[in-house]
Every structure is written in structure tokens, then in C-alpha cells.
Design a protein. Structure first.
Length: 235
């Protein structure tokens, strides 16, 4: 009986703390419910979504437009999967557009299709993809290419110990690769504004199966402000 009362007290305190944290961020509980249940239903922890809200506020992004991706990756130091926040291709496009110098892109070009068995799964994928984007430089429209981005070097695996692609890379072999190629071209065109920002589709590479350490340091959900950690403290 006492244990049940203690558990109810903890839940009540967490709920109160969450409401306070949302109020400080100017986010209603109804909006947070939409974010949690509709936009990111696979994210279990509220602190992950709170960090996502902080990320979007800092970068002046609308989280309701799915401008970010929350990707679990393997952390060899913690020996577990951790939630990390990555830009989506939409955020990269927005960043380029905000410069006032983005001038569009060409249709993605793909290499020949290859059919191969990966981790016991037969997959047909384009060998490579190239995307060209344009930027106004000194009044001239200049082309920036991703160069040939190879599918086998880019696709995301279903698990850290298998070669089989995850559901999205299996279902949308071309679209996923095209997004990565476009992101690479935009990084080349806008190095100061985009820098080395990698999108979620690039977060988990097959040759990093034991330790996914991206070139860009994503936001580690475990390292969050103390006020947010209060949401998960128990007496």
C-alpha cells in the first residue's frame, strides 16, 4: 500500500515538473501531447522531447514541421542505445534558403541498380546518387555537386550487428540516398552556414556497427540541463 502511494507521488511530481518545464518553454501540454503522440511516437522519454524543443528554439525551427530527427545510436562508452538529435533534410534546406543565396537544385541522378543479399535480405538499390545544388556567388549562379555518393557506404542498418538495411532504407532505397546526396551538396555550397551538419539518414553507418561516432557531435540526451533532469528524480 505504501509502495503504491510512493509511486503515485513520484508520478504526480513528474507530471507537475513537466508542466512547469513546458510552461517555461512556452509550450502547452496539448501541443506537447501532439509532439509526443503524433510527431515522435517512438520516443519514450519526455526529456528527449524537451531537448528537441530546446534545439528547435535555438535554431529558430518549427518542431511541428518535423525539422529534426531523433535517432537512437549505439554508444560504446555507455554500452547502450542513446537518443540523439539530428537535422532533417528540411532543416538543411531551411538553413540554405535563409542565406538568400540558394538557387535550387537539379533532379537526382542515379547509377545502375544492384541486387544483393544483405544480412539475409535481398535488396535492390542504386549504386550511387549525385545531386547538384546552386548558389548565387558574386551575382553568378554556381553549381555545387555531392559527387557520386555510394549507397553501400551510406545506408543505415537495421541493427548494429547486421548488414541488412533498416525498414526505410529497404523500402525507399532511392529517396533515402537522394536526401543524403542533397545534404552533401548543400554542405559543399554553404560551408559557413551548414558546416558539417549531417542528417539523420547519415547517423548510423554500416562500417561503424560497434561504435557509432558521427563526424558531427549530436546532442546527447543524457547531458541535459539540471532543471530538466529534475523530471526524472525520485525520492
Amino acid at each position: 500500500m505504501e509502495d503504491n502511494i510512493n509511486q503515485e507521488t513520484v508520478v504526480e511530481r513528474k507530471s507537475t515538473t513537466l508542466a512547469t518545464l513546458l510552461e517555461k518553454r512556452g509550450v502547452s501540454q496539448d501541443t506537447f501531447r501532439v509532439i509526443k503522440e503524433v510527431l515522435y511516437p517512438n520516443v519514450a522519454e519526455d526529456k528527449t522531447l524537451l531537448m528537441a524543443l530546446d534545439y528547435c528554439k535555438e535554431r529558430k525551427l518549427d518542431i511541428m514541421k518535423r525539422t529534426i530527427q531523433i535517432v537512437p545510436i549505439w554508444d560504446s562508452k555507455k554500452h547502450k542505445m542513446v537518443d540523439t538529435i539530428w537535422p532533417s533534410i528540411s532543416e538543411i534546406r531551411i538553413t540554405a534558403s535563409r542565406t538568400g543565396k540558394y538557387a535550387g537544385k537539379d533532379k537526382a541522378i542515379f547509377g545502375e541498380d544492384i541486387t544483393e543479399n544483405l544480412g539475409g535480405m535481398e535488396v535492390t538499390y542504386p549504386k550511387w546518387c549525385e545531386v547538384v545544388v546552386y548558389k548565387i556567388v558574386d551575382g553568378m549562379k554556381c553549381a555545387f555537386s555531392s559527387n557520386e555518393l555510394f549507397w553501400k557506404e551510406t545506408y543505415k542498418t537495421a541493427k548494429k550487428d547486421t548488414d541488412s538495411p533498416n525498414a526505410m532504407w529497404k523500402k525507399r532505397t532511392r529517396e533515402q540516398l537522394a536526401k543524403c546526396a542533397e545534404a552533401a551538396a548543400l554542405r559543399a555550397a554553404f560551408p559557413e552556414e551548414i558546416g558539417s551538419d549531417y542528417i539523420g539518414e547519415e547517423a548510423f553507418l554500416p562500417d561503424q556497427e560497434k561504435d557509432v561516432t558521427p563526424k558531427q557531435a549530436p546532442i546527447d540526451i543524457d547531458n541535459i540541463p539540471d532543471q530538466t533532469n529534475d523530471l526524472f528524480k525520485e525520492d
